[in-house]
Design a protein around this ligand. Structure first.
Ligand code: 1CP
Length: 358
């Protein structure tokens, strides 16, 4: 693979994040935070002043700077590319916007076979600014790994079908149950778009990828396996095995084994399931598979509880993470906007002081 011989990549093979992701014993417990780039940082808000979210995602210098901000400030073990799950759809020409305070809003919902066939294909050239941003970041990051990411087909579909953020996903569930053929055609199209987005980032030099199926926890395990899993598997198998693959969703305690079966090396866990229970669920479901590697799972709201409570929770999570073959410390979902950045820095320092385990 080209990325393994790319002289611009200076990430050592024993970087703690990469070792843990592979189920090895790192020199320290690696830590990064979902949504670490953005929102809670004053330097982010200053830079984004007057620049729409999607415009910033297609500006390579801006992406470089926003991606670097939490690395400089907190000393995390990995950077995550500043972008959004809607970027590949925007690049394909889908009429959508990211509205401040709301999230992604789609101009025309996708609910019929005709709507699915009318979806544009994604020309990789339209993602050139994303590849350029990754290239710039390889220089700035040096030895710190860069995580690329994409939204999984189900989570992307939920925005296209609902037209925006949704609490109950009722129209999405109505489509999957009333017209499975159209549903599968939609998810197959989205899997192709997602793969193109990930391949752009991989060819440009990211060290790992995370597939966000943020809203998959809204589904039963039965529906997930039948209507979603094959499409996420198409994405993760299509990416290949050259770099570690993390798969995450919120409220997915019942889905953890099924999500791992899509081809994930690392399973992201939210705060609802203790990491040792998550490891047991994964191991019991696949006794012959390699021992599980997990990422998580501090409740983002605990960062508002004051240091003594935060410290107690971090220590508990690190202890429970010792049940896994590898543990990447993270939150159970993204950093909340009003989080005090100082608490994040202190969590990084504490995790780095704690023992790695056997
Ligand atoms: O107005 C603003 O400043 C935009 C807020 C914002 C930001 C900073 C949005 C809109 N997206 C992002 C960046 C982003 N999105 C990143 C950056 C890298 C980092 O993690 O630091 C990432 C990884 C995402 C991924 C993303 N976007 C997900 C999956 C992760 C998750 O949190 O579950 C989802 C579901 C989205 C959709 C989205 N984009 C933006 C918002 C507010 C939302 C969620 C809307 C909803 O609740 O449905």
């Amino acid at each position: 693979m080209a990325e393994l011989t790319d002289a611009r990549i200076r990430v050592p093979v024993d970087a703690p994040f990469l070792v843990a992701a592979r189920g090895g014993r790192p020199s320290r417990i690696p830590v990064w935070f979902m949504r670490q780039a953005g929102r809670s940082l004053p330097e982010y808000r200053a830079l984004r002043e007057g620049v729409p979210m999607l415009a910033s995602c297609f500006d390579p210098e801006m992406v470089r700077e926003i991606t670097m901000q939490p690395v400089r400030r907190h000393g995390v073990d990995a950077a995550i590319l500043f972008s959004d799950i809607m970027v590949p759809l925007k690049a394909a020409g889908v009429d959508l916007d990211i509205v401040p305070g709301t999230g992604p809003v789609v101009a025309s919902t996708v609910r019929s076979t005709a709507d699915v066939f009318a979806l544009p294909r994604l020309d990789p050239d339209a993602l050139r600014p994303v590849g350029e941003a990754v290239g710039l970041l390889l220089e700035s990051l040096g030895e710190t790994p860069l995580i690329g990411f994409a939204g999984a087909p189900f989570t992307l579909a939920s925005y296209l079908v609902e037209g925006g953020p949704s609490r109950n996903h009722e129209r999405t569930k109505a489509l999957m149950h009333s017209d499975p053929d159209t549903w599968h055609a939609l998810l197959d199209t989205l899997a192709d778009i997602t793969l193109t987005f990930l391949r752009t980032q991989i060819e440009a030099g990211v060290s790992a990828i995370q597939l966000f199926d943020s809203w998959a926890g809204a589904l039963s395990a039965r529906d997930y396996r039948e209507l979603v899993q094959p499409h996420s598997a198409k994405v993760l198998r299509g990416v290949g095995d050259a770099l570690p693959k993390i798969h995450f969703g919120v409220g997915t305690g019942e889905l953890l084994p099924a999500m791992r079966e899509t081809g994930a090396d690392v399973v992201g866990v939210d705060w609802r399931v203790p990491l040792d229970s998550a490891v047991r669920r994964l191991r019991d479901a696949a006794p012959d598979a390699p021992p599980p590697v997990v990422q998580g799972n501090l409740d983002p709201a605990v960062l508002f509880a004051g240091w003594p409570a935060i410290e107690r929770e971090v220590r508990r999570i690190v202890d429970e993470g010792h049940a896994a073959a590898g543990h990447i410390f993270n939150l159970g979902h993204g950093v909340l906007p009003d989080t005090d950045p100082e608490m994040i820095t202190r969590v990084v320092e504490l995790v780095h002081e704690l023992p790695v385990g056997e």
